[in-house]
Design a protein around this ligand. Structure first.
Ligand SMILES: NC(=O)c1ccc[n+]([C@@H]2O[C@H](COP(=O)([O-])OP(=O)(O)OC[C@H]3O[C@@H](n4cnc5c(N)ncnc54)[C@H](O)[C@@H]3O)[C@@H](O)[C@H]2O)c1
Length: 386
């Protein structure tokens, strides 16, 4: 297939800005895709962060501290924006108004009001493609899990659990950053940071959230700043949500958890679904392993483990004898966005839609209210969605 250029601008040249830029450099790894992406412009208030792009990406022709200049650049077709959460609302709105396609970052607005303001702008610009990032569903194990659940072979769902766990915050001496302060990260704390990753697949499985009961923990309340002085760390470290979910009118318990302090866990994203006729589980802790159980009444109840071949949603040159990793998932997500931008229907998983971010904000806002009141809070999505 002949390749068509997609010229990217990146706003926010930190951890994720660099990750996405290198995924785009590797786009040639994909086969059968049409986009020929290149990063032509970058913006960050910190010139040192932009220097890495200028030194390593020869395609970058504009580096500016003022993102409005990037938005005025007619060479830029699409923008990836990865900045602290308190900046999402204004920047996302400005990007959409500039008629640039937007791949945004979660939580897609620091709170529900910011999310609603962005969604208003999205609906005023229906011609602009707007999506939010979430890469873990592209792991072959997540894809296989979804296929199994969607096929109905698990039977009536008994329960499900999904989570995203980190552990580096167990170290009380870890230097604070903007993600650990509610002013810049938001009142959701770890839910704003990690929560959309956890709800993406449950939403795509067609499940609705009926009620939520939340337990939120702020365990480490002070951390050292870069100069060594102790400062307030006022975000939730861990969030445990007990959700009543529904699937085609039948309710079941769904446990959702996001943790920054889960000892021993390094970027562990997982989901487990248990039904009357079978069960399936996948965790990035064992990134190529799918666990399944098949049951017929009276038969043995035996979990099986299967090593999955490298099999991606968007084909690549990697052979099936190899295995899939984090940067592969990022590349797949970039393919989903870029190919949709060029008018191709998404293969299996589209990136998170603005409407899905709205649902996640509703859930996280209800979780805050639940923790505050000590009671479950109703969301009633099943009745709202019919
Ligand atoms: N998809 C994922 O797996 C994933 C992982 C980590 C973070 N994130 C999300 O990505 C976003 C950024 O997180 P990060 O880890 O890259 O943060 P980071 O702190 O590493 O990078 C943020 C960058 O934004 C820049 N910035 C701040 N104000 C700016 C402005 N006015 N104009 C331009 N640049 C500005 C900072 O200088 C910094 O370089 C957040 O929304 C976060 O939730 C997503």
């Amino acid at each position: 297939m002949a390749r068509r250029p997609v010229r990217w601008g990146i706003i926010g040249c930190g951890l994720m800005g660099r990750e996405i830029a290198t995924a785009l450099l590797r786009y040639v790894h994909l086969t059968g895709t049409e986009a020929a992406p290149e990063v032509v412009a970058v913006s960050d208030i910190n010139p040192a962060s932009m220097r890495w792009f200028e030194e390593n990406l020869p395609s970058v022709r504009q580096a500016t501290r003022d993102y409005h200049e990037l938005l005025a650049n007619p060479e830029v077709d699409a923008v990836y924006c990865a900045v602290p959460h308190h900046l999402h609302q204004q920047m996302y709105i400005d990007i959409i108004r500039a008629n640039k396609a937007l791949l945004a970052e979660k939580p897609f607005g620091i709170d529900e009001a910011a999310n609603q303001a962005i969604l208003q702008e999205v609906s005023s610009h229906p011609q602009v493609l707007v999506r939010c990032s979430s890469e873990f569903p592209y792991f072959p194990g997540a894809v296989a899990l979804a296929e199994r659940v969607r096929s109905g072979q698990l039977g009536r769902i008994i329960e499900a659990e999904a989570g995203f766990w980190h552990a580096s915050d167990l170290d009380p001496n870890k230097v604070i950053n903007w993600k650990r302060q509610s002013l810049t990260n938001g009142a959701y704390g770890c839910l704003g940071d990690l929560g959309l990753h956890v709800v993406h697949v449950p939403m795509r499985l067609g499940w609705h959230f009926e009620t939520v009961y939340a337990q939120l923990s702020n365990i480490v309340r002070e951390r050292p700043s870069a100069d060594g002085a102790m400062v307030l760390c006022d975000t939730w470290d861990n969030a445990d949500l007990a959700v009543t979910a529904s699937d085609q009118g039948q309710t079941f318990p769904l446990r959702l958890s996001t943790k920054r302090i889960a000892p021993g866990q390094q970027n562990t994203w997982f989901i487990r679904v248990v039904g009357m006729n079978g069960a399936v589980a996948f965790s990035t802790k064992f990134p190529k392993t799918l666990e399944t159980l098949t049951y017929t009444p009276g038969s043995a109840q035996a979990w099986q483990q299967q090593d999955l071949p490298y099999r991606s949603v968007y084909p690549t040159i990697t052979g099936p004898i190899f295995e899939f990793g984090f940067s592969d998932a990022i590349l797949q997500m970039m393919a989903a966005f870029s190919e949709e931008f060029l008018g191709h229907p998404p293969a299996l998983w589209a990136c998170v839609t603005p409407e899905e971010t709205r649902r996640s904000h509703r859930l996280f806002t209800a979780a805050l209210a639940s923790h505050e009141s000590g009671c479950a809070v109703a969301l009633d999505e099943g009745s709202a969605h019919g």
